[in-house]
Design a protein around this ligand. Structure first.
Ligand code: MN
Length: 331
């Protein structure tokens, strides 16, 4: 990447020139995507810009506390594409934000800010930093690069949004991307008033009765295979029906078995109405994205997944077990 500061300065030049902005993150926004969308919306409005903030549905319940969310058009595209500047956050390609092509094509300037390892430089102005823990970390650096003479700081609400992006993308500062820079930015955001008590409470210490019951059922059904190197949990439609739960209410379940020393791969296999979806986790010794890729999926080395349409849940489980066995048998 070119010099970081000059690349951030180029973003500022584009922002300063723009008047009417369209801002979006990626589909089904996570904490980083939504936190950055909200921060940039608030910041650009403070700078006197007109902003249409967009988020493709759906917003998870754990992110609905984020300050400023009422300003975001969730799933509602603008009627007219008359924006001079578009800011795409967290979008590794120009399609990641949804059906935005009509907006993108009309814009004079397309700004792309991202931290994904593989990311197209599709913007007129790009800042892609795969070393950054999160787009939130980059946005904080963007504040710092504002000007030599003037200091621009996040408001407490903006700090809360950015900290949410940082803490979720680093897994509460435990993944390998929890670098010294990520911690420095986190510290600065706390000093600026990020509401970390609220963030921790809502994102990490809130579950519904149904979600806890489903977790209980999942742990009960956990099976250990291949010298206890593979943990498999199958949740069928009947399991979901037992608690009136949906497959979306399984967040965090797949990570539980990786707490057991010796478990190399953990799989959560869910029977959904129209497909079977699989989440995979690793403690680090196995690249589960390579496993997911064999089934047409993808993701990260420690967290990935895939979906299968047209096969039964046990069929998918058997096919997956065969691949996992091949991977873990010599470990
Ligand atoms: Mn991110």
């Amino acid at each position: 990447m070119e010099n970081k500061t000059s690349s951030l300065r180029a973003i500022w030049e584009a922002i300063n020139t723009g008047k009417k902005f369209f801002i979006a993150g990626h589909l089904n926004p996570d904490g980083d995507s939504l936190g950055c969308t909200l921060t940039m919306t608030s910041l650009l409005e403070r700078l006197g810009k007109k902003v249409y903030a967009y988020a493709a549905p759906a917003i998870g319940n754990d992110l609905k506390f984020l300050p400023g969310l009422e300003k975001v058009h969730v799933g509602v595209l603008p009627e007219k594409a008359d924006f001079d500047t578009v800011l795409l956050l967290e979008c590794s390609d120009r399609q990641r934000g949804g059906d935005l092509e009509f907006v993108l094509q009309k814009a004079k300037t397309l700004i792309n800010i991202d931290h994904h390892l593989v990311s197209d430089a599709y913007g007129h102005v790009n800042h892609i930093d795969s070393k950054a823990s999160s787009t939130a970390e980059i946005i904080f650096q963007l504040f710092e690069a504002y000007s030599d003479e003037q200091v621009l700081l996040p408001t407490p609400d903006e700090a809360t949004c950015l900290y949410t992006g940082l803490v979720t993308d680093t897994g509460r500062f435990v993944h390998s991307n929890a670098t010294a820079e990520a911690l420095r930015v986190g510290s600065a955001l706390v000093a600026l008033g990020a509401d970390i008590a609220k963030i921790n409470q809502v994102i990490y210490f809130t579950k519904s009765y149904i979600e806890l019951k489903l977790l209980g059922r999942a742990l009960e059904k956990m099976e250990m295979r291949f010298d206890n190197k593979y943990s498999q949990i199958i949740l069928t439609r009947r399991d979901f029906e037992a608690f009136g739960a949906t497959p979306a209410q399984t967040q965090g379940i797949v990570s539980q078995p990786t707490m057991i020393p010796g478990v190399e791969v953990s799989a959560l296999i869910k029977e959904e109405p129209d497909k079977v979806s699989v989440n995979l986790r690793s403690r680090g010794g196995v690249d589960v994205s390579a496993i997911a890729q064999q089934f047409g999926g993808g993701g990260h080395a420690r967290a990935s997944g895939f979906k299968v349409i047209g096969q039964g849940v046990s069929e998918v489980a058997d096919a997956l077990a065969e691949v996992v066995h091949h991977v873990v048998k010599d470990i």
